[in-house]
Design a protein around this ligand. Structure first.
Ligand code: GLY
Length: 365
């Protein structure tokens, strides 16, 4: 039987109880001041960080600068992990997820499973800007975007369609669709090249299995301006060949992206399910608040995920996760850092004076 406490006594009990707990006591808070403007993104975001920095220098709000930066990658047909050209779900339909967060107002916006709209981060920005809600999904998100003048378009490029066909044809050796090794004449992509030679963008999380590209890739971008105001966004086509309707970490505030204007921002790319189950970006920001550097906070989250990965099929022979996650963090004072679970992650950065891509340290070798 459930006992319902009257509201007044509930508040009385919780206040007294919380006063004596670690939860109730205020955690030691590191006061962070504004520093130099800075931008961090996943390794596929070099052009994006440069664009975001240029926009901030011209006076744009960090969250708007972030969205305009990632739009370059959303529009790029060669990046098969984001926006136009992203790999589709198991039905061959591209479904996109994105989120944004604005530090000064602590307001967030997100869309999930949106179809036929190329720039989901821009739609998420409008959800934040124009509504009292945080997340719109599927058909509702699309109608919201169309009402605002976003264009409906086919996002499945010929390259992504062929990758999906190859995935589907090789799915089941017992079905009537011949696998690659059974074909009389080898399959070619649209350019007449073997499909396994598809161009891979630097920094894009793509794994090739029997010539089929798989991705959990994404772009995250966090930005802080000279006043110490922070904004961030994450946008993705999500896990390739996912079950229709699957939502990853990218549009979930606190998982694939989070901002606290007093501290900084964080974001994630890689296996979204693991990041959701650990509230990865929220955790990274809290750890920076407790005094960790951005890189330490990223490593903390990855360790947290690794320690809580229990499914055998997600572990290697040494009991370590066999999937990658890369975390990115930015502090209010302009310090940035990143780390990945397994080697191979990278991050793009920009300051007022320089930009580039760096290798992210990994938790496991
Ligand atoms: N991190 C992207 C996804 O899992 O959808």
């Amino acid at each position: 039987m459930t006992t319902h406490l009257p509201r007044r006594s509930f508040l009385g009990v919780s206040a007294a109880t919380l006063a004596g707990t670690a939860l109730g006591a205020s955690a030691p808070r590191m006061p962070l001041r504004a520093g130099a403007p800075a931008v961090i993104a996943s390794g596929n975001g070099l052009a994006a960080v440069r664009e975001a920095m240029a926009r901030m220098q011209a006076g744009a709000d960090p969250v708007v600068a972030a969205v305009r930066g990632v739009q370059i990658v959303e529009d790029d047909p060669d990046d098969m992990s984001v926006g136009y050209g992203g790999l589709p779900n198991e039905d061959g339909v591209v479904q996109l997820d994105a989120s944004v967060m604005h530090g000064p107002t602590h307001k967030a916006g997100a869309v999930a499973c949106i179809e036929n709209i190329k720039n989901p981060a821009s739609v998420a920005l409008e959800v934040m800007r124009r509504t009292d809600h945080v997340m719109l999904v599927g058909e509702g998100a699309k109608r919201f975007a169309l009402d605002l003048g976003f264009k409906e378009e086919n996002l499945l490029t010929e390259r992504a369609r062929r990758a999906w066909l190859r995935w589907r044809d090789n799915l089941n050796p017992g079905d009537d669709r011949l696998d690659d090794d059974q074909l009389v004449i080898p399959a070619e992509d649209a350019d007449g090249q073997p499909i396994g030679l598809l161009h891979q963008q630097p920094g894009m999380h793509v794994e090739w299995i029997n010539g089929v590209p798989y991705t959990t890739g994404t772009i995250h971008l966090g930005a802080v301006n000279a006043s110490g105001d922070v904004g961030a966004c994450t946008t993705t086509s999500g896990l390739s060949y996912k079950i229709p309707g699957r939502v990853g970490d990218s549009p979930i505030i606190g998982a694939g992206m989070y901002v606290d204007n007093a501290v900084g921002s964080a974001g994630a790319t890689g296996r979204g399910e693991a990041v959701i189950q650990s509230c990865g970006s929220f955790l990274a920001v809290r750890k920076m608040e407790e005094g960790m550097t951005p890189e330490e906070a990223c490593l903390f989250v990855l360790r947290h995920i690794a320690d809580r990965t229990k499914r055998r099929d997600l572990l290697d022979a040494n009991g370590r996760p066999n999937f990658n996650v890369t975390m990115y963090a930015l502090r209010k004072d302009g310090m940035v850092g990143s780390a990945c679970m397994l080697p191979g992650g990278s991050y793009a950065f920009a300051t007022a004076h320089e930009s580039g891509v760096k290798r992210a340290p990994s938790l496991f070798s």
